[in-house]
Structure formats: structure tokens, C-alpha cells
Design a protein around this ligand. Structure first.
Ligand SMILES: NC(=O)c1ccc[n+]([C@@H]2O[C@H](COP(=O)([O-])OP(=O)(O)OC[C@H]3O[C@@H](n4cnc5c(N)ncnc54)[C@H](OP(=O)(O)O)[C@@H]3O)[C@@H](O)[C@H]2O)c1
Length: 323
């Protein structure tokens, strides 16, 4: 378990989740936070990660570095997704262990669950069926991360925990029109349509797929809740072979309803069309959030308020956002 005196290494601190974790840690008076940019430390390089861990010897590692993207990026860059994520997970977890790091929080994703998992998806649905093919390489790497944590816990008695967030959105997201996730891509698309008076916006897929979205600051709050929970209490929620915890909003929404909310927040009144030649991905992805709710956590942002906050951030940072 960590306290505000703990030395915390946040990997991927310039990304959406990493930067939200830093905001949350600072809000909760953590002062001993260490970070490295990718230029300073490439986490796929085993020797560099080893040297870093041996010198810094943090008390806790928050694993927010990863190669991340939406359906298109996962499809096109399948090899990069599986290679980068497996390498950085193996390096971070093993070299942290070698440097006596007792606490790790590994971040996975709801895509670890089978394509046709019973909804809402409980933690125990892991490895009970085939994965969605478009993001299988990424999901396999994320499942490996959970199993790495569990295996070190089982063999060495470490306290390595894993959180599985649903789709996230918020400040510092990637707003690339093709390679990003659905909310930032739609915000960017609708924003551009509004600015250029386009009468029409097209959305990928049929619009019927159901997805769950959580503001990244809510995820960061949940991560700290998980990390600050005493081990005996945490162990009462999980089991040695199923030790990850879902973090979700608790409700899903269709892509067409989401698009309506984004148009409303951005005050765009053009028409919406659906490009059905593009894949929908899994028909529904809603996580069972009973465990994290029972731990005493719930989200703060409604979807509309979260999108409004994200759009405000986008407008204030339009020139420098990742896209
Ligand atoms: N975004 C979501 O909707 C979502 C949903 C569920 C789970 N998650 C999980 O949350 C975590 C963070 O996601 P995110 O959305 O914050 O992604 P992100 O914004 O793309 O941030 C990822 C960070 O990782 C860094 N990174 C990637 N490869 C690296 C390497 N080889 N060495 C060092 N740093 C490296 C990136 O650095 P560069 O900027 O230099 O590339 C970036 O700062 C991931 O594990 C992801 O699976 C995200």
C-alpha cells in the first residue's frame, strides 16, 4: 500500500492517463513523483529500464505508458501494438521486481474480455472466449501484463495490482482523426465541421455499437483508491488468479447517442451519416463495476459534463494537441 511519502514513478506521464495520474497524485499531496519522457527512457530497452530502476528504486510504479489507439490504428499497426506493449510490460515489471519495488499498478483495458462476453463483463470473464479480432494483438499484450503481475505476486509475494478501465477521454487525449479513440476523433471531426460550416459529418460504423466512457480524471481517482487500499482489504476483493479490477462508468451508450451529445456540447446542428463500410468492433462493451463500487469509488463526471470539460481543454490547447 502506498502513502503520500512514497516515491512514485509514473510511466507515460505525458499521455492522457499518465498526466491525469500526476494531477491526482499532486491533489492528494504526493510530492515524491518521478517521470521520464520517452526520449529520456525508452521502456522497450531492457538495459535502460534496468539502470533506471536500480538507480531510482521507486516504492511504486504506475504503468501508464503503452502503445494505444482506436480500431484503425490497432488494425494497421498490429505488430507495433503487440511488440511495444509486451516489451515495456516485461521490462517495467521485471526490472521493478529486481529493484525491490513492492507496489505496481498495471493499466489494461476492457478489450481483454472476449468479444461475446456476457454483459456487463465481470473480471472473471477473462480468458473465457475468443477476442475481438481488430484489437487482438493489443489485448493479448494487456492480458500478459495482468498475468505478469499475478505471477510475480504468486511466486514472490509482491503486491502488483491491475486496473481495467473502459474507454477513456479527457485532457491530453490524442485527437488524430483516424488513429485516435472515438470521443476525441468525434470531437475533432464535429469541431472542424462547425468551423468550416460543413452541413454533414460522417461517423465510422453503424452507430449501433454500445460503449462505456469514463473521464480520465475519474480513472485517476480510482487508481489511487486501488493503490491506497490496504493489502488485506484488496485481497478480499480479488483472487490470486483473477486479481484485476474493472474501472468503468457503469452504463453504456450507443455511438449514435454519443454523437448526439457531442454535437449538442459543440453546438453543431449539421446532419450525421454512418459509414457502414467501417467496422463496429464488439457489439457491446460494458464492464461490471461491482468490485470497484464495493471498494467505495464512483465517478464524478456525467458523460455530457466530461465532454464539455474536454472540449474546453481542446479549445484552450488547440494548437498543441496531439493529432
Ligand atoms: N485511452 C483510453 O481510452 C484507454 C482505455 C483503457 C485503458 N487505457 C490504458 O491506459 C494506459 C495509458 O493510455 P493513454 O490513453 O494515456 O495513452 P497515451 O495518451 O498514448 O499515453 C501513452 C504514453 O506512453 C508513452 N510511451 C509509449 N511507448 C513508450 C516507450 N516505448 N517508452 C516510453 N514511453 C512510451 C507515450 O509516449 P509518447 O507520447 O512519446 O509516444 C505516452 O506518453 C494504457 O495502458 C492504456 O491501455 C487507455
Amino acid at each position: 500500500m502506498i502513502s503520500s511519502e512514497s516515491k512514485i514513478y509514473v510511466s507515460g506521464h505525458q499521455g492522457m492517463v499518465g498526466s491525469a495520474l500526476i494531477r491526482q497524485l499532486k491533489n492528494q499531496n504526493f510530492e515524491n513523483i518521478i517521470t521520464r519522457t520517452r526520449q529520456e527512457l525508452d521502456l522497450t530497452n531492457q538495459t535502460d529500464v534496468r539502470n533506471f530502476m536500480q538507480i531510482e528504486r521507486p516504492d511504486c510504479v504506475l504503468m501508464a505508458a503503452a502503445k494505444v489507439g482506436g480500431i484503425h490504428a490497432n488494425n494497421v499497426y498490429a505488430a507495433e501494438f503487440i511488440y511495444t506493449n509486451l516489451m515495456l510490460e516485461c521490462n517495467l515489471i521485471h526490472q521493478a521486481f529486481e529493484a525491490d519495488v513492492q507496489n505496481i499498478l498495471f493499466l489494461g483495458s476492457s478489450c481483454i474480455y472476449p468479444k461475446y462476453a456476457q454483459q456487463p463483463m465481470a473480471e472473471t470473464a477473462l480468458l473465457t472466449g475468443i477476442l475481438e479480432s481488430t484489437n487482438e494483438p493489443y489485448a493479448i499484450a494487456k492480458i500478459a501484463g495482468i498475468k505478469l503481475c499475478e505471477s510475480y505476486n504468486r511466486q514472490y509475494g509482491t503486491d502488483y495490482r491491475s486496473a481495467m478501465p473502459c474507454n477513456l477521454y479527457g485532457p491530453n487525449d490524442n485527437f488524430h482523426l483516424e488513429n485516435s479513440h472515438v470521443i476525441p476523433a468525434l470531437i475533432k471531426k464535429v469541431h472542424l465541421a462547425k468551423m468550416t460550416n460543413q452541413p454533414f459529418v460522417d461517423v465510422w460504423g453503424t452507430g449501433s455499437a454500445l460503449r462505456e466512457f469514463l473521464h480520465v480524471d475519474d480513472l485517476a481517482g480510482a487508481c489511487l483508491k486501488i493503490l491506497k487500499t490496504p493489502k488485506s482489504e484488496y485481497d478480499s476483493f480479488v483472487s490470486p488468479m483473477c486479481s484485476h479490477i474493472n474501472v468503468g462508468f457503469g452504463e453504456d451508450i450507443s455511438i449514435s447517442e454519443l454523437t448526439k451529445i457531442i454535437c449538442k456540447v459543440l453546438n453543431y446542428s449539421g446532419d450525421i451519416g454512418y459509414d457502414t463500410s467501417k467496422p463496429d468492433g464488439s457489439p457491446q462493451k460494458l464492464m461490471d463495476t461491482t468490485l470497484i463500487s464495493n471498494m467505495g469509488w464512483k465517478p464524478f463526471y456525467s458523460l455530457e459534463a466530461g465532454i464539455a470539460q474536454t472540449y474546453e481543454w481542446f479549445l484552450a490547447n488547440e494548437r498543441t494537441v496531439r493529432s
